[in-house]
Structures are given as C-alpha cells and as structure tokens.
Design a protein around this ligand. Sequence first.
Ligand code: GLP
Length: 260
Amino acid sequence: MEVVIKSDYEEMCRAAAHVVADILNTKPDAVLGLATGSTPLGVYKELVRLHQEEGIDFSQVTTFNLDEYVGLSINDSQSYHHFMHENFFKHVNIPVQNIYIPSGTTRNYQAFCQWYEHRIEECGGIDVQILGIGTDGHIAFNEPTSSLSSRTRLKTLEKQTINDNARFFENRDDVPIYAITMGVGTILEAKQIVLLASGKSKATVVAASVEGPVTSMITASALQMHPSTLFFVDEEAGSELKMREYYDWVQEKKPDSPQA
Ligand code: GLP
C-alpha cells in the first residue's frame, strides 16, 4: 500500500485523476471502477477538464460503478445513476452501452448480482478502481463485518452510514436501508486501486485501515492484502497516521525508474 499525503483536497483529487489518465494513455480501452460519495467529485472534475481541455479520450472506456441504493430508480435525484450522470458521464465521451451501474430496481437481485460479476469478468476485469471510505471504514457499501471475500450482493446499511448519507436526502427516513454493492472480494480483484479520503472525520478510519489489523470491522483494511493500492489522503484525513514521516520519505525518495 502506498500512502500519498497531499496538502489539500484539490491537489489530492488532481493526483488521483492523473493516475487514471496515465492508465488511459497506455490502455485507451481500460475498464474503470467508479465510486460515488462527495470525495471522488474532485477526481471527476479533473477528468472532465482533462477531456475538455487536453483531449483525453474515453470513447473506448468501460465503467462499472460500485453500488446503488435499492429502491431508487435511475431518475431519482439521489440515485447513484443520477449522481454519475450529472457529475461525470454527461461531460465525457464514454459510450452509454459501456456504462454499468448496479440496478436499484431489479426484480431479482441475486440474478442481477451474478450477472454484474460476470460482466466485469467478460470485460477483462477492472483496471483501476476508485474508492472513497465511509466513517465506519466501509468501501463501497461493505459495512463492518462484511466478508472480506464477499461478492456483489444486497447489503443492509448500518445506522452510521444512514446518518452520514442523510445529508443528501430531505429526511433521514428517506435514506434507503438496503444497497446493492460490489463485494470486498470483487474490489480486491481490480488491478490498481485508488482510494481517496478527505477531512478530519476520516482520520481515525484512515489510520485504522492503513496501520491497524486487517479486519472485517473496517473493510478498507482489506486493501492491505491488495498488491497495488494508492491511498490518497489530504492533511486532515492523514492526521492520525503514525508512520506519516515514512510515507512522506517514500514519496520524496521515490526512484525515478522501477529498476533503481
Ligand atoms: C457511501 C458510498 C461509498 C463512499 C462513502 C463515503 O457510503 N457507498 O462508496 O465512499 O459514501 O462518502 P463521502 O465521500 O461522501 O464521505
């Protein structure tokens, strides 16, 4: 795991977006794993800028989103379908048939989840997966005690997650209590993972995920088992990291070439 501490949110998002852009430069038909939540917004903003101002091309890209609320239609303003369309898809040139987001309204969740997993596989797997992190340490909607080898499935949300996400809804009671989410096992199969965390409210779970034991109580800690995870944090989110000096030292002394 490589921990990269950036001075602020904007700088962190720019750096993460450039990881995606570099992958697209070498593999224009890359498969991107995408996340919602407020944290990745800056990454989408920078990718849109790179598309509009620097010509980065998404025409061969395929995307798979991590999760969706159960019960919300694609047109619901709180659905992750809507979020992705508004904040990313409508600004870039990803062919609509290459965009996959879990359905919140399917009649058969089990069959849908199996199909979703199968589709990821058929597309060659995820090249780079963007992740945020919940205040309870979840990735996607893999709440505490989720199996660390879980696959895409229906998940009941924890109260803390419902409270955290209530800010996007008119009333707390409007927050769905179920979601369909890629599993921890699904996420761990991505070739490259880019997690972003911003702000003081994430400091404790960031430190636990990076420096604590691997535990299903903090599903982000499973990323310690992944061979290529970039953990981007801003100063506040990184403020409880014990090995902070070492992470900065690693970045400062980064060899120019992989052979060095
Ligand atoms: C939701 C999403 C997660 C996201 C988390 C944190 O629970 N399912 O993918 O990481 O929110 O969101 P935010 O970035 O707004 O703190």
